[in-house]
Design a protein around this ligand. Structure first.
Ligand code: NAP
Length: 406
């Protein structure tokens, strides 16, 4: 079997092995390298080809025997393929990846102005493609003539592309720009794919601006790399199929609802059905505080508990492909909503109020479930993508598994 892989410095969270497993029947492994190991690796590897990521995309250019026109136009290499007679061809399939992402909705903004945020490696690929397809662009760089302090020059921008890491862990929730500054904006592309819905994309959604994350680009650049590796041509729909599969696999499912509505039980049933990990925010709070929840309420009050709950939620939603059982009061803090939305769907479980258990649930016991429901119902409905009547947890879990392709 032919052997390929990915080199870079930190590769722990890479989606590439699962993507390449969906492309072809070849081995694809991760090879994390320190800078001093790079040239030795390229000279001595027995791989037939490999991808290159941060921070080596430029460094490997000098280690290639030939460069493709795309690699030359971008000024970096992300795919190396062994040449007959020795040495490597350096190519850059981010070109194909971004072209594919842009082609989804790009026709609508042809000839109009694009703003490219960031001036790093991804920005170079984006600019090369924009130039190639004839979309005029301006690069916004923290240290450039066009920077984040004079964005009012660009109120006419029709397309905004985030090619910075702003919005990724550890800065999930941060956004490089406020889209309300761009009244002509008709499309937002964020090259980040984890989290799936950055703060920038969530704001685009709130403002009804069409927007996409970078997962299709990632899949399309991998498909093109797979073609270069194997010499085969793959179907034009493969990149979208892969993006859909990876999205379904990495999507979190967050269960919300009144205390006692069965979130933990449905989550456990989903674990049995899907093999996914379940993270229960009450349990994470208990572990962090080293005490039971009624004791936290009694000793420190609700506000303190809510802060711990937000931290627990951030921890849980920082994972991908997990089931999150959230505490009943999670909807009482607005900052919890973007955390829940960043990587998946939010599902409301409902049960008739008289059947809700109140044991060990301080607020249900103290204030009564009717009052809590009155206060929270509109929030539960606004936050959730869908609601399920949880009459039988097994059936509810099955319905969720099937509907969300878990
Ligand atoms: P990079 O080479 O490190 O460059 C990122 C650029 O972002 C920097 O050059 C900098 O530009 C700007 N930047 C960095 N930190 C910033 C901050 N705190 N605030 C504002 N701007 C900041 O990284 P890259 O390879 O270009 O990747 C950028 C992003 O694209 C990453 O999130 C990466 O995951 C994503 N990406 C996605 C794909 C895909 O297939 N979807 C492919 C490649 C990259 P200035 O100094 O000019 O401001």
């Amino acid at each position: 079997m032919d052997r390929y892989g990915l080199i870079g410095r930190k590769l722990g969270h890479s989606f590439s092995p699962q993507i390449h497993a969906l492309i072809g029947d070849y081995e694809y492994k991760l090879y994390p390298l320190e800078p001093e190991e790079l040239s030795d690796f390229v000279e001595n590897t027995e791989l037939s080809g490999f991808n290159v990521t941060i921070p080596y995309k430029r460094d490997v250019m000098g280690l290639c025997r030939r460069l493709s026109p795309q690699a030359q136009a971008i000024g970096s290499v992300n795919t190396m393929v062994r040449l007959p007679g020795g040495g490597f061809l350096g190519d850059n399939t981010d070109w194909d990846g971004f072209l594919r992402l842009l082609s989804e909705d790009g026709a609508a903004i042809k000839g109009k102005k694009a703003l490219v945020l960031g001036s790093g490696g991804a920005s170079l690929a984006v600019c090369a493609v924009l130039g190639h397809v004839g979309i005029p662009y301006v690069v916004v760089s923290r240290n450039g003539d066009n920077h984040y302090g004079n964005l009012d020059r660009h109120r006419d921008a029709a397309l905004i592309i985030n090619a910075t890491p702003v919005g990724m862990a550890p800065n999930c929730g941060a956004s490089p720009v406020d889209l309300r500054q761009f009244p002509a904006c008709g499309l937002v592309l964020d090259l980040i794919y984890n989290p799936a819905q950055t703060a920038l994309l969530q704001q685009a959604r709130a403002l009804s601006i069409p927007a996409r994350n970078g997962l299709l680009m990632l899949a399309a650049q991998a498909v093109r790399a797979g073609e270069l590796f194997t010499g085969q041509s793959f179907s034009p729909g493969l990149a979208q199929e892969i993006a859909d599969k990876v999205e379904a696999r990495t999507r979190n499912v967050t269960l919300i609802g009144m205390p006692g509505c069965g979130k933990t039980t449905v989550a456990q049933k989903l674990v049995a059905l899907t093999g996914r990990l379940v993270l229960d925010t009450d349990e994470l709070v208990r572990q962090a505080a080293g005490m039971e929840i009624p004791a936290i309420f009694a000793q420190y009050g609700e506000e303190h508990f809510r802060k711990l709950e937000t931290q627990a939620l951030r921890q849980a939603e920082g994972e991908t492909g997990v089931i999150v059982a959230a505490g009943g009061g999670v909807v009482t803090r607005p900052e919890n909503l973007p955390i829940i939305r960043q990587n998946g769907v939010c599902l409301l479980l409902e049960r008739p109020l008289p059947t809700l258990a109140v044991d060990g649930r301080p607020l249900s016991g103290e204030r009564g479930v009717q009052t809590l429901w009155r206060e929270r119902e509109s929030l539960y409905r606004a936050w959730s993508d869908k609601s399920y009547i949880n009459a039988e947890p097994g059936k509810t879990a099955l319905a969720i598994k099937e509907e969300w392709k878990l």
